[in-house]
Design a protein around this ligand. Sequence first.
Ligand SMILES: Nc1ncnc2c1ncn2[C@@H]1O[C@H](COP(=O)(O)OP(=O)(O)OP(=O)(O)O)[C@@H](O)[C@H]1O
Ligand SMILES: [Mg+2]
Length: 239
Amino acid sequence: MPSAPIAALKHVTRRYRVPNHGEGAVHAGVRDISANIPAGAFALLKGASGSGKTTLLSLIGGMDRPDSGSLHVAGTILESAADHELDSFRRRKVGFVFQTFNLLPTLSVLENAVLPAILDRRTEARAKDHARNLLTWLGLEHRLHHTPDQLSGGEMQRTAIARALLNDPPLILADEPTGNLDSRSAALVIDLLLALVTDQGRTVIMATHSDQADAVASLVLRLHDGELCGDACPNLSDS
Ligand SMILES: Nc1ncnc2c1ncn2[C@@H]1O[C@H](COP(=O)(O)OP(=O)(O)OP(=O)(O)O)[C@@H](O)[C@H]1O
Ligand SMILES: [Mg+2]
C-alpha cells in the first residue's frame, strides 16, 4: 500500500506583482499545482531557472502562503493556519537546507547547529548534546569550534544539515543544496539526504538543476513556467 502523503497539494497558485507594469499586473510563481508527496519519499523538484521550484518549496515549508489552493503538510493545513501555527510548523515539522548554506558567520559549527533549539526555547545543554551527535554522524566532530569561514563548502552544507535536523523534523526541504559544491561534496550531501529517508524514515524534497540524485529519487516533479508539466516537459538539458 502506498504511504499516506506527508504533503498534499491541491490547485496551488502563487502570484507575484510585477513592478513597473501598472496596477494589478501579476505573474504566476506557480500555477494550479496538484501533487501528493508520500511520507518517506526522496522527491526531486526539477525545472529550468524561474520555473517555480523555490516558490513551491517556500509554500510547502510554510514560509509563504498561496493565493489559492490548499496545502496539507505534516498534519497542518497551511492556507488557513494562524501565524503562530505556521511559526510552530516551520520550527518543528520542517528542516530547511539552502544552496548558500545560510550559516551565521560569527558562530561556531556547534552554535550554528544548535540555533533552532534556542529559537524553540529548549534547554541548550540537551540541544548541544544532540547537535554534537548529529555533527559527529555528519563527520564534523573535528570542526565543532570552527567558524564557517574555516570550512569547505561541503562542511558548511553538512553543518546546515545538522541545523535542519536539530528539531527532528519529519520533512526536509532542500533548495539546490549541491549548487555551490564540487561533485564529490555534492555526492556526499545527496548520500546524507538519502540516508535521512532510508535510515531515518524522513521525507526529503529537493529542488535541483543537477541530475546527480535522479538515480536515487523515488519521485520527480517537473516544473515548467510555474506548472507541473509531467510527460510534456521540455528538454531540461539547457537549464
Ligand atoms: N519575490 C518575488 N517577486 C516577484 N517575482 C518572483 C518572486 N520570487 C519569484 N518570482 C518569480 O516567480 C517565478 C518562479 O521563481 P522561482 O524562484 O520559484 O524559480 P526557481 O525554479 O527556483 O528558479 P532558480 O532555478 O533560478 O532558483 C520566476 O519567474 C520569478 O521571477
Ligand atoms: Mg530557486
